[in-house]
Design a protein around this ligand. Structure first.
Ligand SMILES: Cc1cc2nc3c(=O)[nH]c(=O)nc-3n(C[C@H](O)[C@H](O)[C@H](O)COP(=O)(O)OP(=O)(O)OC[C@H]3O[C@@H](n4cnc5c(N)ncnc54)[C@H](O)[C@@H]3O)c2cc1C
Length: 340
């Protein structure tokens, strides 16, 4: 069992930004990057995409995996110890906090690691629909992030589709209307779940149409390596009638699942399972436990916002550890003082 000042769990922009700050502060952080944790490679969600065009500092864009490799190298450069294992169990009920790795987490297993502070940066996953054709055209027409991908040339002046009936779907559709020739929102039921304001705005938008009682059933497209999607098969939920429509983009707005399994029942979560942090901070409901990135952000979910919150988590962890150190010194000093 190893003890360190601080352990970071996760491997996306939030985790690596925290690692860069903490290692430069000579706090010798250990970062567990996971081994296909939550089905995603170490490096997080950006490893599943091609070009990232909105991360500052890369005027020509940069591949998602390349960006994460650079962040990882920067973490290591300043001394972060990166362990390619998944944390499968975390005990936040006692100090130091204890954690176990996958396959070594039985009831009698010793914790792999203990730490005075923990940063949770486990991210989130966009929900998918597992439609036929989805795997083939993922990132070749299908996306779960309009803000990330909407501006790329394949969607310009093309018919685009959004699936979902909530506020995110409405917001994404109106955002995409800047780029596509027209945006159609497919809603399974006969009404939108979105707030009245958003629903009204969407329904009145000149470049958006809402098709109620309609689901997508198959994604169709070019039959070649890296071929693009060109059509979508849709079905009415009222009479099962099918139709193939021209569609060069399909955006899922059916929610995200924050990776909260480690902390469920220990940290305060909101109604959608996101870790609750005090506004503007990374402070969670347990002192010494910090959260950053998508696992605590249901609104923005961007690489740059995750990185920003990773910086905040590192600075708050640093302060927490410094305060802890002072109080230890005071306790030890008091014990060592001779009784006169
Ligand atoms: C297809 C796609 C394209 C995107 N494009 C853009 C874009 O162009 N621009 C942009 O700004 N944003 C984009 N995003 C969003 C961006 O990727 C996320 O907002 C960002 O990656 C979130 O960072 P994060 O630090 O929360 O961690 P994540 O990237 O979510 O990574 C967390 C990772 O931590 C690891 N992990 C999880 N649990 C454990 C555990 N128990 N033990 C150890 N390791 C664990 C896993 O590897 C996990 O994937 C895109 C997202 C997707 C899915």
């Amino acid at each position: 069992m190893v003890h360190t000042n601080v352990v970071i769990i996760g491997s996306g922009p939030g985790a690596h930004t925290a690692a860069i700050y903490l290692s430069r502060a000579e706090l010798e952080p250990v970062l567990y990057e996971g081994m296909l944790a939550n089905g995603t490679a170490a490096g997080g969600q950006l490893t599943t995409t091609t070009d990232v065009e909105n991360f500052p500092g890369f005027p020509d864009g940069i591949g998602g995996s390349e960006l994460m490799d650079k962040m990882r190298a920067q973490s290591e450069r300043f001394g972060t110890k990166i362990i390619t294992e998944t944390i499968s169990k975390l005990d936040l009920s006692q100090r130091p906090f204890k954690m176990w790795t996958e396959w070594n987490d039985g009831p009698d297993s010793e914790p792999a690691h203990t730490a005075d502070a923990v940063i949770i940066a486990t991210g989130a996953n966009a929900r998918r629909l597992n439609l036929p054709g989805e795997e083939k055209y993922w990132q070749n027409g299908i996306s779960a992030c309009a803000v990330c991908d909407g501006a790329v040339p394949i969607f310009r002046n093309k018919p685009l589709y959004v699936i979902g009936g909530g506020d995110s779907a409405a917001e994404e559709a109106m955002f995409l209307a800047k780029y596509g020739s027209h945006v159609t929102v497919l809603v399974r039921r006969d009404k939108l779940r979105a707030s009245k304001v958003m629903a009204d705005r969407l329904l009145k938008h000149p470049k958006c149409t809402v098709r109620f009682n309609t689901v997508a059933t198959e994604v169709l497209g070019e039959d070649k390596p890296n071929g693009l999607m060109t059509h979508l098969r849709v079905k009415s939920t009222t009479d099962d009638k099918e139709e193939v429509v021209e569609a060069n983009g399909l955006f899922y707005a059916v929610g995200h699942d924050p990776a909260n399994a480690l902390v469920k029942g220990q940290l305060k979560l909101d109604e959608d399972g996101y870790i609750v942090t005090q506004p503007g901070t990374s402070l969670t409901s347990i002192e010494g436990v910090f959260a950053c990135g998508d696992v605590q952000d249901k609104r923005y979910r961007q690489a740059i916002t995750s990185a920003g919150s990773g910086c905040v988590a590192a600075l708050e962890a640093e302060k927490y550890l410094a305060d802890l150190d002072v109080s230890h010194q005071e306790v030890n000093g008091a014990k060592a003082a001779p009784v006169l």
